[in-house]
Ligand binder design. Structure first.
Ligand SMILES: O=C(O)[C@H](O)COP(=O)(O)O
Ligand SMILES: [Mn+2]
Ligand SMILES: [Mn+2]
Length: 547
């Protein structure tokens, strides 16, 4: 994996720093755009005075099935880190179901065989068509196949979304699904929803930010310990009236009849965790498969046949049983740099720490070379982020500035979570504050990079804060009869910025103008050129050319 020294580009004399502003896209409209509404003098000045273009960060440009699919952190950071576009989980699972490949695999065979020996087949996962972590169509296809193969009893544990789809859309999924189950149920096939709760309240924690979420989910799904309701519909309506929270924050619930839970997970059962994306699947999977387990008290561990939709971590092989092969992301930028003796530094706060390490490196949790790589995690707050929209951007910047000044690292990357994590709350004012906090940090950081004769690449993995109001199909802001807007919590389809900030005005290169469909996967070759290397031949084109 030797990189060729470039004869066209001279290496940047100082460090090259990629700055990912998570969830900061470029919207074509003003209304509801917290990025534009924020006072961001530094970002504005950088965009106006340095070479800048826009990059595609959604749909096919990042390996999603269609251009109606918004981007997300996994596919975005995978593309940035791999320099090429790989068909991603959403696409691979859909294809595996369409071709029938999924049903022929050993993992599917194992879960069905377990259920046919008398166990219940449980499906647990994010219940929406957001296509970021999961898709409800995959769940339906598996239920139908299970029935066709003679499984007698299935239970569904639903994690309500409201984060990748409308913030209060849970019943739009639950009600038709109940009707669908009515049609599927028969004397031979007993199927029902057994438990659920909001995805940010139970089960789907990531990067060990808050294990108590996973414990709450475990208690609800596995032990069936929690407040009982006769239906998911009833649970959602009751909690909405009581707690006034959006779907992602709804508390957990257990479906029961005459006080008897419909579907605790017990010895001899099979469990399919049907999310394909890894970050929020790892902790719950560990709880199911690890014999020795310290993060929380599980109680007796039921002996189940557990399968993930995918293998979520290629390094630790978690979980060992999975339904669909994950994308084979190889020869990433990080690996090339490590193999060629280039020192690397990656930093973010907990909520995005794995984005600049695990996702960046093609869904591997380890380092390529311990001596050359430094990974730094700043602990995230465990509070609703609309209460602390600045998050840890100042602390990240403190550490990053020190790292740059140390002169020890040739290539650095950082993810600032603000635009995304605050964007997901749907709180416009908080998102504006998030952007302003971020801008103050750029004002501190950029001069340090320039003083070190370095280059900064300012970009983002997808949009979010750029659209804080729900849009109709034509892309206009939706308004109620009283003229009120509705909060939008999900990502956007908008492109993201690419700004190349460098001290030397005589760089010997300029931005290429002949790449109208450039996307995130074009960043890796660009970075290699800035570091004085030629990119591997199969990497997507560099955004710069020598002059
Ligand atoms: O997991 C989440 O928080 C959302 O579904 C997607 O956000 P991310 O892709 O920016 O992490
Ligand atoms: Mn993101
Ligand atoms: Mn996000």
């Amino acid at each position: 994996m030797k990189l060729e020294k470039s004869s066209r580009f001279s290496a940047c004399p100082g460090p090259v720093v990629t700055i990912v502003l998570d969830g900061v896209g470029i919207s074509p409209r003003e209304d509801g755009d917290a990025v534009k509404a924020a006072r961001t003098p530094t970002l504005d000045r950088l965009m106006a005075s340095y070479p800048m273009t826009q990059l595609l960060a959604h749909g096919k440009a990042v390996g999603m099935p269609s251009d109606d699919d918004m981007g997300n952190s996994e596919v975005g950071h995978n593309a940035m880190g791999a320099g090429r576009v790989f068909a991603q989980g959403a696409k691979l699972v859909a294809e595996s179901i369409a071709s029938g490949h999924l049903w022929q695999g050993q993992a599917w065979h194992d879960v069905v065989a377990t259920a046919k020996q008398g166990g219940t087949l449980h499906f647990l996962g994010l219940f929406s068509d957001g296509n970021v972590h999961s898709h409800i169509d995959h769940l339906k296809a598996m239920l139908e196949q299970a029935k066709a193969e003679g499984v007698a009893k299935a239970r569904v544990h639903i994690l309500l979304d409201g984060r990748d789809v409308g913030e209060t859309s849970a019943l739009d999924y639950v009600d038709p699904f109940e009707a669908y189950l009515d049609g599927l149920r028969s004397t031979e096939f007993d199927v029902a929803i057994a438990s659920g709760g909001g995805r940010m309240s139970i089960t789907m924690d990531r990067y060990e930010a808050d294990w108590s979420m996973v414990k709450r989910g475990w208690d609800i799904h596995v032990r069936a310990e929690g407040r009982q309701f006769s239906s998911a519909h009833e649970a959602i309506e009751t909690y909405r009236n009581e707690a006034h929270v959006i779907d992602q924050d709804l508390p957990g619930f257990v479906i029961a009849k005459d006080g008897q839970p419909l579907g605790p997970i017990v010895d001899g059962d099979a469990v399919v965790f049907f999310n394909f994306r890894g970050d929020r699947s790892i902790e719950i999977s560990r709880a199911f498969v690890e014999e020795e387990f310290a993060p929380f008290e599980r109680g007796p561990l039921p002996k189940v046949t557990y399968a993930g939709m995918m293998q979520y971590d290629g390094d630790t092989k978690l979980p060992p049983r999975f339904l669909v092969e994950p994308p084979a992301i190889d020869r990433t930028l990080g690996e090339y740099l490590a193999q060629n003796g280039v020192s690397q530094y990656a930093i973010s706060e907990t909520q995005k720490y794995g984005h600049v390490t695990y996702f960046w490196n093609g869904n591997r949790s380890g380092k390529f070379d311990d001596t050359l790589e430094t990974y730094v995690e700043i602990l995230s707050d465990v509070v609703p982020f609309e209460q602390r929209p600045w998050m840890k951007c100042a602390e990240i910047t403190d550490a990053l500035i020190e790292a740059i000044r140390s002169g020890k690292h040739r290539y650095l990357r950082v993810n600032y979570a603000n635009g995304d994590m605050v964007g997901h709350t749907g709180n416009f004012e908080a998102a504006v504050t998030a952007m302003q906090g971020l801008d103050l940090q750029l004002a501190r950081l950029i001069p340090v990079i320039l003083a070190a004769n370095g280059t900064a690449i300012i970009t983002a993995d997808h949009g979010n804060a750029d659209e804080m109001y729900e849009l109709d199909k034509k892309g206009n802001v939706t308004r109620t009869a009283e003229g009120r807007t509705k909060a939008k919590t999900s990502h956007t389809l908008n492109p993201v910025p690419f700004v190349l900030v460098s001290a030397d005005v005589n760089l010997g290169y300029k931005l290429r103008q002949d790449l109208p469909a450039a996307g995130l996967s074009n960043l890796a070759a660009t970075t290699l050129n800035l570091l004085g290397f030629e990119a591997p031949a199969d990497y997507d084109a560099s955004l710069i050319e020598a002059v």
